[in-house]
Design a protein around this ligand. Structure first.
Ligand SMILES: NC(=O)C1=CN([C@@H]2O[C@H](COP(=O)(O)OP(=O)(O)OC[C@H]3O[C@@H](n4cnc5c(N)ncnc54)[C@H](O)[C@@H]3O)[C@@H](O)[C@H]2O)C=CC1
Ligand SMILES: O=C(O)CCC(=O)C(=O)O
Length: 419
């Protein structure tokens, strides 16, 4: 089992990022008080009957960070290292992310501290249904709309939708996004995060004068976000030279055949054993000579101790929070162009927004329509962030946070405070 350095508290890092952007924006203290912290935090105990007949209790969370611009929106993570502070950080980032791509949602996130790799499908279903019942008062199409995140998927969303609908007495597809297509899911949602990552990399390459065709790429984390980004980069003529997952990594300096690697991963759940590739450790993978590094796993992958070893020209944050602020500074000093998470991986929530709109209208769109709309949203957001970077001479992360935080601040100012 590979390990990541997850010792830094993600929520403290999220607050540091907020302050850095709020300072440049010159945000007054009253507005900071109103928008910085989560609006609602729920911790629940989820008892589950395991297959051996025993009851096990899981700790789980749903955090609503902001409803200033619309209902809460954000995924649900199943992972052994989920903590309340991690979920608070992820919910905070969702608020700024939705504002960066200018969709009418606030930010929320959920998590269950569990090890889904060591649970059966029946145990996962019982866990999901009981967790849904526990957070039921908080969620709904007008209130807070969950979606998949690490180690959850369209099946998890189907169970949530079914449990919520059973309680209401009628089908409520708009309570979650990332659903199976036959339950009101959207074409393109499964690919949306990786596709959004790809569009922002295209924009960055154009800005930097770096040809994407022939560019060398390294991807850390070969799940939903990482594998689709790798697939699109490969199809665009980039050379994906290394990828890894939680158990192993593979490297070929002439480029990996990504469609075949995806096939292997779908069959075995691993990238290990891919022919015509050599194994690579997580540390060596991050330190590879390459043009573009895509961290697509978990928080704090690049930190103060390994940042200096990164040799990429562009870092595209498909994951949430993969770089600590200390790593940011090291990479900025080296002249690395960073596409920050709240911009880079916003394609997922953007197509979730399209899914929610389609569910609410009961009218479904063509795949190409979704891709065209997504491309437009991502490219406008990239250019908005780049303009702030150039106008204010700040790095891309501060610029993205300024855009997101500024829009949320405007919303609360206009809404006012009562009483
Ligand atoms: N799925 C989505 O729509 C979105 C996901 N994200 C973020 O993208 C990141 C990945 O999420 P998904 O792809 O959805 O999850 P996933 O569950 O589909 O895949 C996660 C992948 O990361 C790998 N992994 C886990 N720990 C690792 C480690 N220490 N080193 C290397 N690989 C490791 C796993 O083996 C798996 O292949 C997360 O940070 C998530 O919050 C962000 C926006 C939307
Ligand atoms: O699709 C969504 O609603 C949220 C995706 C998500 O959790 C994220 O962007 O981190």
């Amino acid at each position: 089992m590979l390990t990541t350095t997850r010792t830094e508290n993600a929520y403290e890092l999220a607050l540091q990022n907020f302050d850095a952007a709020a300072d440049v924006l010159g945000l007054d203290n009253d507005t900071r008080e109103m928008i910085k912290f989560p609006e609602r935090v729920l911790t629940v105990s989820v008892p589950v009957r395991m297959d051996d007949g025993r009851i096990r209790r899981f700790e789980a969370y749903r955090v609503q960070h902001s409803s200033a611009r619309g209902p809460g929106k954000g995924g649900i993570r199943y992972h052994p290292q989920v903590t309340l502070d991690e979920v608070k950080a992820l919910a905070t980032w969702m608020t700024w992310k939705c504002a960066v791509v200018n969709i009418p949602f606030g930010g929320a996130k959920g998590g269950v501290t569990c090890d889904p790799k060591h649970m059966s499908a029946h145990e996962l279903e019982r866990l999901t249904r009981r967790y849904t019942s526990a957070i039921l008062p908080l969620i709904g199409p007008e209130k807070d709309i969950p979606a998949p995140d690490v180690y959850t998927n369209s099946q998890t969303m189907a169970w949530i939708m079914d449990t919520f609908s059973m309680m209401k007495g009628y089908a409520v597809p708009g309570v979650v996004t990332g659903k199976p297509l036959n339950l009101g899911g959207s074409l393109g949602r499964n690919e949306a995060t990786g596709r959004g990552v790809f569009y922002t990399i295209e924009c960055a390459c154009q800005h930097l004068g770096l040809p994407l065709k022939g560019a060398s790429v390294v991807v850390q984390g070969f799940g939903n976000a990482g594998s689709i980004a790798a697939q699109l980069l490969h199809a665009a003529g980039a050379k994906v030279i290394a990828v890894n997952d939680s158990s192993s990594g593979v490297y070929n300096r002439n480029g990996l055949n990504i469609p075949e690697l995806m096939h292997l991963k779908s069959l075995t759940g691993k990238v290990e054993g891919f022919p015509e590739a050599e194994p690579i450790t997580p540390e060596d993978l991050l330190a590879l000579e390459c043009d573009i590094l895509v961290p697509a796993a978990l928080e704090n992958a690049v930190h103060v101790d390994n940042a200096a070893k990164v040799k990429a020209k562009v870092v595209a944050e498909a994951a949430n929070g993969p770089l600590t602020p200390a790593a940011d500074r090291v990479l900025e000093d080296k002249g690395v162009f960073i596409i920050p998470d709240i911009l880079c991986n916003a394609g997922g929530v953007t197509v979730s927004y399209f899914e929610w709109v389609q569910d609410e209208q009961h009218l479904f769109w063509q795949e190409q329509d979704i891709y065209d709309r997504l491309e437009k949203v991502m490219k406008i957001a990239f250019n908005d962030v780049l303009k702030i970077r150039l106008d204010h001479k700040v790095d891309m992360r501060i610029a993205a946070n300024m855009l997101g935080i500024g829009r949320v601040a405007d919303a609360v100012r206009v809404r006012g405070i009562y009483p």
